[in-house]
Structure formats: C-alpha cells, structure tokens
Ligand binder design. Structure first.
Ligand code: MMA
Ligand code: CA
Length: 237
C-alpha cells in the first residue's frame, strides 16, 4: 500500500518537472528567433533537465524493482507455506517401481504402511485445529480405507487415549464425509456399537472401549481436545 502511494508521488513529480521543462523549451525557440542569438543558459538548462529526467527515471526503476522484488518474495513464501517439502525424510528401496523412482520416503519419525506415511500426534487440540496442523505438513487427518490399515494403526496407539480421524458430519444429518473426498463407504466403517449416536457430535475419533475390548469409532463434539493421526502419501524419488 505505502509503496504504491510513493510510486504515485514520483509520477506526479515527474509530470510537474517535465511540464516545467516543456514550458522552458517552448520559450527557448522564441529566443532563438529573437535578435539576441546567443543564450549561454540554454544548453545548461537542457543538460540539467536531462539529468533530472534521468535521475527520476532511475528512481522510478529502483522503486519498481523494489516493489517487484517484495511481491516476488511474498509469492515464494506463500508457495513454501502451502506445499512444504519435509526437511528430513527416510527412504527405503521399493520392491516395485514407480517408473524410474524406486525409493519411497516418509518424513522422519513418521511410520509407513503400504503407500502412506502416518504421524500419531500426542498434542490435544480441536478437530479443526488438528486437521490444520496435518495440512500444514502436506498431510490430512487419517482417512481409513481398509480394515488392514485400521489394524496396522491401532497397534501403534495407546488404549488410554482417543485419536481424531479425518471424518466429520458438518450438518449433523448423519452425512459423514472424509476430509480427502474419499466416498463414505458403508462397507469400510468401524463404528463402536450404538455409534454414531448424537447429531450434536459431528467429528469422529478412534478409541479403545474396555467394555468390548475393541478399537472403534465414536462421534464427539468437534471442539473436544483430543490426540490425532495425520496421513500422507509416500514420496517417491
Ligand atoms: C459419551 C460420549 C459420546 C458417546 C457416549 C457413549 C456420554 O457421552 O463419548 O460421544 O456416544 O459416551 O456412551
Ligand atoms: Ca457419540
């Protein structure tokens, strides 16, 4: 904002200066036709106005360059925030290849299963916040696609805690949605008995129930502070 105002001021100055020069140069031809031929201040004036013009041009270029550089670095910053590439990765050689890329990698300290990486987060935050934290690393809250995937994940979890999934029912109409747009498939659901049970509980989590000695899903209010699990696709190099 400020830089645009400065630019407008410079333009204004340029105009007023050049209009001043014009009026002088307009008066100069008159002098030439007049009987007093020799006017020693004329070349000096021309040189001065030329210098001023060049100076203003240089300043304008400089300001334009500064604005451009600022915008460019802002753009670059936004890009890096949107799609962060993990600084450290751990890779293993795949027994099958993705074209030329035969190493599959997960960010350091994430666990890997099939073609995905998982991070079990032990900070208690709301559902929205946990999804935000996952997405900042290029991941999503856990979307469970198969029974095998859930079986793999639960053996990494603590039975005394519950973990947010990427599953919500925003309108409380029992229309459950996965965060990555995976269709909600009734044949791959693992709700605990009698769950989901409350239209005011719009977010799902994975927890252990000692009564049935089973891991399963429950719906709870999205504002509850809970642990969570992030999931992202492996990176192939
Ligand atoms: C809690 C809460 C609910 C859940 C019931 C099951 C009392 O509420 O976790 O989401 O459905 O327990 O008894
Ligand atoms: Ca419930």
């Amino acid at each position: 904002m400020t830089s645009e105002i400065t630019y407008a001021e410079v333009n204004f100055k340029t105009e007023s200066k050049s209009s001043g020069t014009n009026s002088k140069s307009l008066s100069d031809p008159k002098k030439k036709t007049s009987p007093h031929r020799s006017n020693p201040s004329f070349p000096k004036l021309l040189l001065t106005s030329l210098l001023i013009f060049l100076l203003l041009l240089a300043i304008s270029f400089f300001i334009a360059f500064v604005i451009f550089f600022q915008r460019y670095s802002q753009l670059k910053e936004k890009k890096t925030l949107k799609e962060p590439i993990p600084r450290f990765v751990e890779c293993e050689k795949s027994n099958w290849t993705m074209g030329e890329k035969d190493w599959s990698c997960c960010p350091k300290n994430w666990t890997s299963f099939e073609s995905n990486c998982y991070l079990i987060s032990t900070t208690s935050v709301s559902w929205d916040k946990s999804e935000k934290i996952c997405s900042e690393t290029g991941a999503h809250l856990l979307v469970i696609n198969t029974k095998e995937e859930q079986e793999f994940i639960i053996q990494k979890l603590n039975e005394n805690y519950a973990y947010y999934l990427g599953l919500s029912d925003p309108e409380g109409k029992n229309q459950w949605q996965w965060v990555d747009q995976t269709p909600y498939n009734e044949s791959v659901i693992f709700w605990h008995e009698d769950e989901p049970n409350n239209p005011a509980e719009n977010c799902a989590l994975l927890l252990f129930r000692p009564t049935t000695k089973k891991w399963g899903w429950n719906d709870i209010p999205c504002s509850e502070m809970q642990y969570s699990i992030c999931k992202m696709k492996k990176i192939y190099i």
